[in-house]
Design a protein. Structure first.
Ligand SMILES: NC(=O)c1ccc[n+]([C@@H]2O[C@H](COP(=O)([O-])OP(=O)(O)OC[C@H]3O[C@@H](n4cnc5c(N)ncnc54)[C@H](OP(=O)(O)O)[C@@H]3O)[C@@H](O)[C@H]2O)c1
Length: 233
């Protein structure tokens, strides 16, 4: 049974078949929010979600496919992530160009809010993770584009920069949030990242925020909304 929320707009989830994306879908459904997923492999999405979501098949390289997918959606949450150094699943194609295409098509078609999973250390060009196809630099470029496009004309964005991602149920950890990319290490469950992004749909203090997040301690949480209170930008 879903929890109560006034938010009823349809949400497109990109990267829904990924480990974080699946949690985004689960938490949206938990709140009774209609979900459309954008996936390059229909059968994979179908085997995960069945009839609980609407499935749009397409490529992140195609503006036309994305335009069809975002039509009629109030919000988009992207959990896309690259998995190869070169080619169509590389950081350049997915984390930067794919996400930028998704941002632009969303803005053109009236999407109001855009949430994204980025990464801790995204501003640090000298970070060793950049040896993987410049992944942090590409994510930073996509972040910059999102801040530019979605902070105007009635639109909003939320950028979550998690530490290392782990698996497990949401709401099991007290979190530590920060701004300015000052953290160097830490872990967080994908499910909590998903929850923060879902909350950003209706929590006013989450709008137009970019922040880092990691676990502070194992401690049952009643909700994560209050973490947005401490972000002053
Ligand atoms: N791993 C970490 O510790 C860590 C830390 C900080 C931030 N992050 C970031 O967090 C995000 C989520 O991570 P995750 O581990 O949940 O990711 P994941 O399981 O690898 O999922 C990535 C998603 O992106 C999709 N994707 C990849 N290439 C694509 C392409 N060419 N076209 C369309 N879709 C494509 C995948 O689709 P398919 O299912 O079709 O492959 C999948 O749905 C990523 O952006 C990652 O960089 C990760």
């Amino acid at each position: 049974m879903g929890a109560a929320t006034a938010y009823k707009g349809k949400v497109l989830v990109a990267g829904a078949t990924g480990k974080t994306g699946q949690w985004v879908v689960k938490r949206l459904l938990h709140y009774g929010i209609p979900v459309r997923v954008f996936s390059r492999v229909r059968d994979k999405a179908w085997s995960m979600f069945g009839e609980s979501v609407e499935i749009m098949t397409g490529k992140i390289q195609s503006a036309a496919d994305i335009a069809d997918a975002v039509k009629g959606c109030e919000a988009v949450i992207s959990a896309l992530g690259s998995s190869a150094v070169t080619g169509e699943s590389s950081p350049g194609d997915v984390d930067r160009d794919g996400v930028i295409r998704l941002i632009d098509e969303s803005a053109k078609r009236g999407v109001k809010h855009f949430g994204i999973v980025s990464s801790m250390a995204v501003t640090k060009w000298y970070h060793p993770l950049n040896l993987f196809g410049g992944v942090l630099l590409k994510k930073w470029e996509a972040e910059e584009h999102l801040r530019k496009v979605f902070s105007r004309e009635g639109r909003s964005y939320t950028i979550v920069r998690p530490g290392g991602l782990t698996d497990g149920e949401p709401l099991r950890h007290k979190l530590h949030v920060d701004i300015g990319d000052r953290l160097w290490s830490g872990w967080i469950n994908r499910s909590d990242v998903a929850e923060l992004l879902v909350l950003s749909l209706w929590v006013e203090k989450a709008k137009n925020k970019t922040f880092e997040v990691i676990n502070e301690a194992e401690e049952e949480q009643l909700g994560l909304e209050h973490y947005y209170d401490s972000l002053n930008q």
